[in-house]
Design a protein around this ligand. Structure first.
Ligand code: FES
Ligand SMILES: [Fe+2]
Length: 368
């Protein structure tokens, strides 16, 4: 059976792509063992600070290396003492010179960028640094931005529905009534978007009307004029990092002409398959205004966590019914167009296989 929600093939996520494996700060001088992309992987840092990743089970008797000691940049298996170097090669056995074949651990390609450690889903020799998403617009490595509300959730639902949900604008009124408030028909999902679609990047943008600046907004943006609008965007970087409700608050005149950007904020979501039906969910935010306002930071972080937890609860309630569901027989609403576009993009990458990532530009619009 084709894995839900795809229309063909037997893959649950695109191979030969980069996925977020861990927060940088999670990886240190003791092993971090995590199941990612259906594989047990151990992450650690060498004495020089380089992050490295190798398969997490000792080939001898399948001992998990989560509790391995690290001595001179080598992992020491806690069961019979085999030593593995940072590339996974078995360097030494305690009671014999000869190292049998098949004692090496698999080495994974990893890249550390800002707060994330990324892992390549595929043989390390095929790792394509050109496919590592360019997330510079999120401000993760920009000193003018602050990072807040970083967390990690385990989700008992498949990664693709977690991903698509982030592009589903019409669920907000119902799923997030408690956290974001109910919305009127007029405030419902945007009717249209400006779309940017290129290799490794897909974005949907829309803008609010220009409105008089409220007192609350003036507290956040002291230099703002009398009117403002907010430009919203939802972005997919690569295959597994989403910025949803990315906002740019723009000072404008009464006619809506843009004057200046007052502040930018992003809520990013790293969606990494754990297995075919479970997911690691990295969440957090960045902004370049009001950084010393700790109360505001707390409000934003707590609300984002609440929203994410509402989504997770919903997705976990759906997952048990997906094994026998054929997505091709599901009806779609007009408001599903953005999420379906993401699905088709991911499907295309899966079909392209090893050459994935070099997506052709503008795709034909979906008919609903
Ligand atoms: S299980 Fe690791 S050395 Fe035996
Ligand atoms: Fe949601």
């Amino acid at each position: 059976m084709v894995p839900y929600p795809f229309s063909e093939g037997n893959q649950s996520w695109p191979r030969h792509q980069w996925y977020i494996a861990a927060w940088s700060r999670e990886v240190g001088s003791v092993p971090l063992m995590r199941k990612i992309l259906d594989q047990e992987i151990v992450f650690f840092r060498t004495a020089s600070g380089r992050a490295t990743a190798v398969s997490g089970l000792c080939p001898h008797r399948q001992m998990p290396l989560a509790t391995a000691q690290i001595v001179d940049d080598q992992l020491i298996c806690p069961y019979h003492g085999a030593a593995f170097d940072a590339e996974g090669r078995c360097a030494r056995l305690p009671f014999q010179e000869h190292i049998p074949g098949a004692m090496n651990l698999r080495s994974f390609a990893v890249e550390e960028k800002g707060p994330f450690i990324w892992v390549w889903d595929g043989d390390a020799s095929t790792a394509d640094i050109g496919l590592l998403p360019d997330v510079s617009s999120l401000g993760l490595m920009n000193e003018n931005y602050s990072l807040f509300g970083c967390g990690l959730r385990h989700v008992r639902a498949r990664s693709q529905i977690v991903l698509e949900n982030l592009f589903d604008h019409s669920h907000i009124t119902f799923t997030h009534a408690a956290s974001l408030g109910t919305r009127t028909q007029a405030e419902g999902p945007p009717k249209s978007f400006d779309i940017t679609d290129r290799a490794g990047y897909l974005a949907f943008r829309h803008s609010s009307p220009c409105r008089p600046v409220t007192e609350a907004m003036r507290l956040l943006f002291p230099a703002i004029g009398s009117f403002m609008r907010v430009d919203y965007r939802v972005e997919l970087f690569g295959v597994a990092l989403v910025n949803t409700v990315g906002t740019e608050s723009v000072s404008c005149d009464e006619q809506g002409e843009s004057q200046a950007t007052a502040g930018r904020m992003n809520f990013f979501h790293g969606i990494t398959p754990e297995t075919a039906t479970t997911t690691h969910y990295f969440l957090g935010g960045t902004r370049d205004f009001g950084q010393d306002n700790d109360d505001y930071t707390s409000v934003l972080a707590e609300r984002n966590e609440r929203v994410v937890d509402e989504d997770i609860k919903l997705l976990e309630s759906i997952e048990p019914y997906l094994e026998r569901t054929d997505a091709r027989s599901e009806p779609n609403f007009t408001t599903d167009a953005t999420a379906i576009r993401v699905r088709r993009r991911i499907e295309r990458l899966m079909q392209e296989g090893a050459g994935a990532g070099h997506v052709t530009a503008e795709t034909a619009p979906e008919a609903f």
